[in-house]
Design a protein around this ligand. Structure first.
Ligand SMILES: CC(C)(COP(=O)(O)OP(=O)(O)OC[C@H]1O[C@@H](n2cnc3c(N)ncnc32)[C@H](O)[C@@H]1OP(=O)(O)O)[C@@H](O)C(=O)NCCC(=O)NCCS
Length: 152
């Protein structure tokens, strides 16, 4: 497995990885637009040119928000998401960012477990944050990690 810092050249593969990981994937042009945004950066995980996973973060105001992280089902439980998270947080830490935060659906046990294992703690609840169409809405947990303490 290889991690590549995202540029426009990685956006096609990032969109492919995102489409494998999420029901509502982001298109290649959306990744291209996002990467041009202030403070936005990311990584692609691949193996023999097969896209495995993707992460995007946004640094602003001394914080980094994990905008998305996803791994193709066939590549899960091999540490890909953990590697993507650590790489993204290290970029933020090197840039002097003090804390990380993200939103995660309250029923996303895999992701909550991943973040908790990294030291993220629950910092809030956003009611009805995710719209799941006919299935209604789902609340989001806000989770935070102090990047100044050297963990993760
Ligand atoms: C959540 C997700 C990114 C995890 O990716 P992954 O590459 O499988 O995760 P890793 O292999 O790096 O897992 C690291 C740790 O996270 C936890 N974890 C990951 N998946 C888990 C699961 N299905 N159940 C319980 N714990 C899990 C474990 O502690 C795991 O360590 P272990 O394998 O040694 O037990 C992946 O399941 C995914 O893409 N899900 C769909 C998209 C999504 O929900 N993204 C997050 C949105 S907030």
């Amino acid at each position: 497995m290889r991690l590549v810092r995202a540029t426009a050249a990685e956006c096609e593969a990032m969109a492919a990885a995102h489409a494998m990981a999420f029901d509502k994937p982001w298109r290649q042009d959306e990744f291209e637009d996002l990467l041009e945004g202030d403070g936005i950066y990311g990584f692609l995980a691949d193996d023999d040119d097969q896209a495995l996973g993707v992460i995007l973060g946004r640094m602003a105001g001394g914080e980094v928000e994990v905008l998305t992280v996803g791994v193709a089902p066939r590549a899960r439980r091999r540490g890909v998401a953990l590697a993507l998270m650590l790489a993204a947080l290290e970029v933020a830490r090197q840039a002097g960012t003090a804390s990380a935060f993200l939103e995660v659906a309250v029923d996303n046990d895999a992701a909550i477990d991943l973040y908790a294992r990294m030291g993220f703690v629950r910092a809030g609840l956003r009611k009805a944050y995710y719209d799941r169409g006919a299935a209604g809405t789902t609340d989001a947990l806000v989770m935070r990690l102090d990047l100044t303490r050297g963990a993760a």
